[in-house]
Design a protein around this ligand. Structure first.
Ligand code: CAA
Length: 261
């Protein structure tokens, strides 16, 4: 492995300057518990300062890229807990990673999982990929930039449909909408992402870094305000009874009843 002692992700560096990171909590459908985000942030931090890494490929499993934040961790959190949560620092480390990162998505890519995917610079998806922001079913909203990045990537109407209804989007629709660059057979997703990362790794690293930064500048200034607003709203919702009901219903495997409280 590239970094030793990790529990939730697998890492390896090949001799073509490409670092592979695989999210690996299959029993919890790759839910992004806090430790997982920390391991991701630590790995990217090391890679930032390592000349042997010129590009990253981020993948999940064959049936689930990531099922979002770990809902069991959210059950007892208050708005203040959310505001003080170390998770936001880990998200910032992911957001600030300066080298090209290619996401290879197969299967479910939901909630925080979809937000993580949208932090990648290029997304490739298997035909079995399904994208969604189902947080509304838990009485909350996306909390890691999803309302902003999704809207920017697929436009207001499609973003509203996903965020308000919790409905999923197929790989082909995601490609049509501009969320992913290419759809392929699920067996080929990782190979294609590796091939693209290897191509990028042959390019001059400083130019690649500044190219990434420049492309992100096309939208970053607008994003910052929206992300701050989203974060405050996300924390506020942790004070509602509907959030408690949504999370309990998920854990008890029953349908939630929402009352507007
Ligand atoms: N957090 C914690 N545990 C999860 C989880 C999650 N997000 N998603 C799935 N699991 C667990 C289930 O509780 C279940 O555990 P047990 O085996 O102990 O019962 C196990 O993973 C398998 O889950 P399913 O039986 O539901 O598996 P499935 O293959 O039938 O369905 C799925 C897969 C469609 C991904 C479904 O599990 C699902 O809908 N998960 C929740 C998705 C979701 O709501 N994500 C949003 C989270 S909130 C968020 O992400 C906030 C944010 O942005 C900051």
């Amino acid at each position: 492995p590239y970094l030793d002692g990790l529990e939730d992700i697998l890492t390896s560096l090949d001799d073509s300057f490409v670092l592979s990171i695989q999210i690996n909590r299959p029993k919890a459908r790759n839910a992004l518990r806090t430790n997982l985000l920390k391991e991701l942030a630590d790995t990217l931090d090391k890679a930032t300062h390592d000349d042997m890494v010129r590009a990253v490929v981020l993948t999940g499993g064959a049936k689930v890229f990531a099922a979002g934040a770990d809902i069991t961790e959210m059950a007892d959190k208050t708005p203040v807990d959310v505001m003080n949560d170390p998770r936001s620092g880990y998200w910032m480390a992911i957001r600030n990673f300066p080298k090209p990162m290619i996401g290879a998505v197969n299967g479910f890519c939901l909630g925080g999982g979809n937000e993580l995917a949208m932090h990648c610079d290029v997304l490739l998806a298997g035909t079995n990929a399904q994208f969604g922001q189902p947080e509304i079913n838990l009485g909350i909203i996306p909390g890691a930039g999803g309302t902003q990045r999704l809207t920017q990537m697929i436009g207001k109407s499609k973003a509203m449909r996903m965020v308000l209804s919790g409905q999923f989007m197929s790989a082909h629709e995601a490609e049509k909408a501009g969320l992913v660059a290419e759809v392929c057979e699920p067996e080929l997703t990782i190979d294609k992402a590796m091939a693209l990362a290897k191509t990028i790794a042959t390019k001059p690293p400083v130019a690649a870094r500044l190219a990434k930064e420049s492309v992100l500048k096309a939208s970053d200034a607008m994003l910052a305000q929206g992300i701050a607003f989203e974060r405050r709203s996300f924390a506020t919702l942790f004070a509602t009874q509907d959030k408690a009901e949504g999370v309990s219903a998920f854990m008890e495997k029953r349908k939630p009843t929402f009352k507007g409280q």
